[in-house]
Design a protein around this ligand. Sequence first.
Ligand code: SF4
Length: 68
Amino acid sequence: MRRPVVDLSDCVDCDGCVSVCPQVFARSEAGYIEVRECAMYPDALVEEAIMMCPSHCIFWEDDEETTE
Ligand code: SF4
């Protein structure tokens, strides 16, 4: 499964991703944007957040599970 990640070093704290997709992006108590653990990430909403992020610091990461 792929999951969105945020490169916090480029994040400018605009809260855009949180308004577009609050079920995935949230502001932690420490004040950083965090990606919530989800069983399934809503592709369309995450894509929208990726497109509107002014710093282009949200991207997909492949989270490959190895089953043995
Ligand atoms: S939209 Fe991008 S810059 Fe804005 S808070 Fe989210 S990750 Fe940070």
